[in-house]
Ligand binder design. Structure first.
Ligand SMILES: C[S@@+](CC[C@H](N)C(=O)[O-])C[C@H]1O[C@@H](n2cnc3c(N)ncnc32)[C@H](O)[C@@H]1O
Length: 229
């Protein structure tokens, strides 16, 4: 994987223990549900076989909440990216078992996909649920949400499109609020974190964070829609 110009770190593809079911899914379902390889910008209408709002989720983990949200809202198409092999296998399997036709899966860096293959003004939403918090100061530069990421998201959202972040790491929530508020192409909604909306199921990582007493923040920023005449 080449280094992205947008994000100041390279994410390595992560292996981990893959179950036989995940392995089968990786072998047999990728042709149907994976993002086609290559560098060319994606034609999102062609990718899903229809013209529909498309949302990108970066870092879906094992994909449980991704499946729930895709099933609950079949009119929205979802591109789900993660670097972790078992999670990709689990999501491919879940998409097949639930008969979902509104999910496509990338085994790779979601920020790089956003930068290199998602056309400007094409996404209805970007979701980032519990990105790695990189708590040590010397690792803060690896955090996904920084000024360059905010500018990239602003460019790829349609007017009125929304970035939705969630984190249980308070200093990262503060960083998110600061960089999103400073991005001229985005409007921070509510001025700061809010409680989890009912339509976002609790994620696996979030459950662990709550068990440790962490406070969870949901943060929304919108690309402003042009004022109507
Ligand atoms: C802390 S986990 C959270 C997973 C899930 N969203 C949850 O809340 O349970 C972060 C996830 O992001 C993935 N990840 C980190 N950087 C990524 C990137 N640049 N592109 C895609 N996935 C990434 C990791 O592999 C991991 O699955």
């Amino acid at each position: 994987m080449t280094e992205s110009a947008t994000v100041n770190r390279t994410y390595k593809l992560r292996s981990g223990r893959v179950t036989p079911g995940q392995r089968r899914a990786l072998g047999t379902l990728a042709d149907r549900f994976a993002i086609p390889a290559g560098d060319a910008p994606l034609d999102l209408t062609e990718l899903f076989g229809r013209d529909a709002p498309v949302v990108l989720e970066i870092g879906f983990g094992m994909g449980g909440t991704t499946l729930e949200m895709a099933q609950a809202d079949p009119r929205t198409c979802l591109i789900a990216a993660d670097v972790h092999v078992p999670g990709v296998g689990a999501l491919l399997r879940g998409v097949h078992e639930r008969g979902l036709d509104n999910v496509r899966v990338l085994h790779g860096d979601g920020a790089q996909l956003l930068e290199q293959r998602i056309p400007p003004a094409s996404l209805a939403g970007v979701r980032l649920y519990f990105p790695d918090p990189w708590p040590k100061a010397r690792h803060h530069k690896r955090r996904l949400v920084d000024a360059r990421f905010a500018a990239l998201v602003a460019d790829r959202l349609v007017p009125g499109g929304r970035l939705h972040c969630a984190t249980d790491w308070e200093p990262y929530a503060e960083q998110m609020v600061a960089v999103l508020a400073a991005e001229p192409g985005l409007e921070l909604e509510h001025g700061g974190p809010v409680e989890r909306p009912a339509w976002r199921p609790e994620t696996k990582y979030e459950t662990r964070g709550r068990a440790k007493g962490h406070v969870v923040a949901d943060i929304f920023a919108r690309r402003p829609a042009p004022a109507s005449a």
